[in-house]
Design a protein around this ligand. Structure first.
Ligand code: GLN
Length: 460
């Protein structure tokens, strides 16, 4: 069996590997993983692939909030049960165009609302390293599969406020969250339009960079798509003498000391390799969680209005007036966290409150963007822990309040709400559990970031 994505794709293109012989085994392995870890909502048994292209014959999993023609797409929510899109999202057309096939749709927190993939309507994905612990969320199924697959595979994931970084960190995989606008959102079931980004999770930087190369690029179907040429990110180069910033606000006492120390030791190692590493001050970081959640719930509450049991997914018996029908379907179809966010978000954008909450949060975001921009005048990358804790046990998550859970996003909300690209990569283990380090770059500086992460990967 081909060990890596690269060898497999080259083998398929060169004719030394026949996907028809390999794919039944990949599917068998996927079904076994499903029994043990529940990474899928749907496994796709109708396989179509090509023997040419950058992903020739490669199995790709797709997070369940990304539309796939003919394959059920639920965004992890009961309210979309049975919804089969009549079209492919742009990223899905792109991966198919490069020869890949869709292995399945991966488990996630409902609509992306969560940090631990425990707000799931179709079962909770489990961490392959310890099945009593979370995979992280909301792209938990994608990361569990990327970590555990014993076949070549890349996962297409998505982040609004940290949903690629958190699961990559907890499963010891590499997650790339691109700059907002780098990858088309056409066909993504929106969570918060001004922050949603489609990205990738894979076993190593090369595989993740390959996936990003295929899915990125301008798309006239997405009005926020950046008008840039496509790039082969696998050929990314690091700056000659990288300058790295360590913001002190990301290493506070609220972060597990062991995690913070491991990231600092990694930074010291980079310094001994000739890179410049300096501490910086980013005082506006502390406003990122409140501003992020205000923007996120406000946008989410309007996006979820279209799920009323008429056009998509779940339908009830048509009884009573529209409000009665709508309330009944939504009461049954949405989970607790989705309801919480709809209620809070609707309140925050009521006339009279809009200025005080949503608009103010947007202003705070603009201020945080300026703070990042001033750091990037002197540095190529910012390094932080990916998550403030190690992968938590399900029993500990059950004890957390919503606010405690939201606070777990302290590393990821600021770069995500500012549309900046990030990479989460494993930098070691503590008590057998992986620790992720987050690299944050300036807008559209993915190449520099990927080049740098390849160097860091090589040092380990
Ligand atoms: N935990 C964050 C939230 O619940 C981020 C999740 C995401 O990126 N979808 O909003």
């Amino acid at each position: 069996m081909a060990a890596t994505v690269r060898e497999y794709v080259e083998g398929v293109r060169g004719g030394s590997i026949d996907p028809r012989e390999e794919i039944p085994r990949f599917l068998e392995s996927a079904r076994e993983l499903q029994k043990r870890l529940n990474p899928f909502i749907t496994i796709n048994e109708s396989v179509e692939f090509k023997t040419e292209g950058a992903l020739a014959g490669l199995p790709i999993s797709v997070k369940d909030n990304i539309c796939t023609k003919g394959i059920m797409t639920t965004a992890g929510s009961r309210i979309l049960e049975g919804y089969v899109p009549p079209f492919d999202a742009t990223v899905v057309s792109k991966i198919k165009g490069e020869g890949a096939f869709i292995l399945g749709k991966t488990a996630q927190d409902e609509f992306g609302f969560g940090t631990f993939s425990t707000n799931c309507a179709y079962g909770i994905p489990k961490n392959p390293i310890d099945t009593g612990r979370s995979t992280g969320g909301s792209s938990g199924g994608a990361a569990a599969l990327a970590a555990a697959a014993d076949f070549p595979h890349i996962a297409i994931a998505q982040s609004t406020g940290g949903s690629i970084t958190a699961p990559a960190a907890f499963t010891g995989t590499v997650g790339i969250t691109p700059t907002y606008g780098r990858v088309s959102r056409y066909g993504l079931i929106d969570y918060a339009n001004s922050m949603d980004k489609i990205g990738v999770i894979a076993k190593n930087v090369y595989d993740a960079a390959l996936g990003l190369s295929v899915i990125s690029g301008y798309d006239p179907m997405d009005s926020t798509s950046a008008n840039l040429n496509t790039t082969d990110f696998t050929k990314s180069a690091s700056p000659d003498k990288p300058r790295i910033a360590l913001p002190k606000q990301y290493f506070l006492s609220t972060t597990d000391r062991r995690v913070a120390e491991l990231v600092i030791r990694t930074a010291e190692r980079l310094e001994s390799e000739g890179m410049t590493v300096e501490q910086v001050d980013m005082p506006f970081t502390r406003y990122s969680i409140p501003a992020y959640y205000m923007i996120a719930i406000t946008e989410a509450s309007t996006n979820l209005a279209k799920f009323c049991g008429l056009r998509y997914g779940m339908q009830g018996e048509l009884k009573g007036n529209f409000d009665e029908y709508f309330s009944k379907v939504r009461s049954e179809g949405f989970g607790t966290e989705a309801k919480r966010r709809i209620i809070l978000g609707t309140y925050a954008r009521m006339s009279g409150f809009r200025e005080a909450y949503y608009i103010k949060a947007m202003r705070v975001r603009a201020r945080i963007i300026r703070e990042f921009k001033s750091v990037f005048q002197n540095f190529d990358a910012i390094i932080t822990p990916s998550m403030p804790i190690l992968a938590p046990r399900f029993s500990d998550i059950a004890e957390m309040s919503p606010i405690e859970t939201y606070n777990m996003d302290m590393m990821t909300t600021a770069p995500n709400m500012c549309g900046l690209p990030t990479i989460s990569m494993p930098v070691g283990r503590i008590d057998g559990l992986p620790v992720g380090m987050q690299l944050i770059g300036d807008h559209f500086a993915e190449e520099r970031l990927i080049g740098l992460s390849q160097i860091i990967e090589g040092l380990q």
